[in-house]
Design a binder for this molecule. Structure first.
Ligand code: FMN
Length: 317
């Protein structure tokens, strides 16, 4: 793990209440496995390439970003910092990144700093689901991320108990929601939580503009495979048709480089951003993302890659 991320995590654990910490760190075996899986990957660097300047910039679903390290959707930022998601999204934008704003945000979407995407759960109340997506679009969201791995919330081992009421998940949701949200909002729709090639192909057939390989940080199906092990099969199934993103346990530039080498276009980080927000608000979120991006640039340079286009699977041992 990158030293700054370890420092921020340690400081956050001192600050946060046991209840909030238990909520953030829920996920059992999958949490440690996720990071270990990335850390076990080995690289075959290229030598004697001009890496005097390393460029980590990219265009993703129409957004110009200076880093492929994005902020994963996580709920309830108000529990870790008084400014909540407003601070997180400002910190992400400042780093040239973007935040995926969660359905269960504590701050209104009008307080977010573009660029940002809207994470949509499919709720039993489809009208309310769409109303919130449209509101997000009107506030500046440039894409929608449908979380597909949560037909209902898995029982939590501890932490926050949230009264959901009309916000209950709809367990009848199918791939048809992709086309529905895309046509109703006019925004690109990405599906989050994909771990299988066949599901990735279903996403494409339903008009998805991207696929996010994720096991929800191990918070849903407790024995879901690591994203490091599932990514290649999803990338191969998608065949370059749309961007493939990945999250889960990415904690250093080397981890990010390995994910990009497997074929990811970008990655997302969840818990490290929450710890950063807890300890220092928006500036600490920027520092966390900047540190990951700088570490990625170093890893790319040492691997002989001057641009993200130079990163491919031949780098993996
Ligand atoms: C506290 C917490 C809340 C989360 N809430 C959501 C959510 O509302 N929607 C969603 O799609 N994913 C949610 N996730 C999953 C994250 O988007 C991400 O998949 C996961 O945290 C893995 O990344 P990480 O290892 O960098 O934390 C949540 C994760 C955490 C830790």
């Amino acid at each position: 793990m990158l030293p700054l991320l370890a420092t921020q995590a340690a400081a956050a654990r001192e600050l946060l209440s046991p209840e909030v910490l238990a909520y953030i760190e829920d996920g059992g075996v999958a949490v440690t496995e996720a990071a270990t899986a990335w850390a076990s990957m080995r690289l075959l660097p290229r030598v004697l390439r001009d890496v005097s300047s390393v460029d980590t910039s990219l265009t993703l679903c129409g957004s110009q970003l200076s880093t492929p390290v994005l902020v994963a959707p996580t709920a309830f930022h108000g529990r870790v910092h008084p400014e909540g998601e407003a601070a997180t999204s400002r910190g992400a934008a400042e780093a040239g990144s973007l935040m995926v704003v969660a359905t269960r945000s504590d701050r209104p979407v009008t307080e977010m700093t573009p660029p940002f995407w809207w994470q949509s759960y499919v709720l039993r109340d489809r009208g309310f689901t769409l109303e919130r997506a449209v509101r997000a679009r009107d506030a500046g969201a440039s894409a929608i991320v449908v979380t597909g791995d949560t037909p209902f919330l898995a029982p939590r081992s501890g932490g926050l108990r949230v009264p959901l009421g009309d916000q209950e998940q709809d367990p009848t949701a199918t791939f048809a929601v992709v086309e529905w949200l895309a046509s109703e909002t006019g925004l690109p729709v990405l599906v989050k939580g994909v771990l299988r090639g066949d599901d990735a192909r279903e996403c494409l057939a339903s008009g998805a503009s991207g696929v996010i390989v994720s096991n929800h940080g191990g918070r849903q199906l407790a024995r879901a495979a690591t994203t490091a092990s599932a990514l290649a099969s999803v990338v191969d199934a998608v065949g370059g048709a749309v961007p493939v993103l990945v999250d889960g346990g990415l904690r250093s530039g080397l981890d990010v480089l390995c994910a990009l080498a497997l074929g990811a276009t970008a990655v997302l980080v969840g818990k490290p951003v929450l710890y950063a927000l807890a300890v220092g608000g928006s500036a600490a979120v920027t520092a966390c993302l900047d540190a990951l991006t700088a570490d990625l640039a170093t890893a790319m340079g040492l691997a002989g890659c001057a641009t993200l286009a130079d990163v491919d699977r031949s780098l993996l041992a």
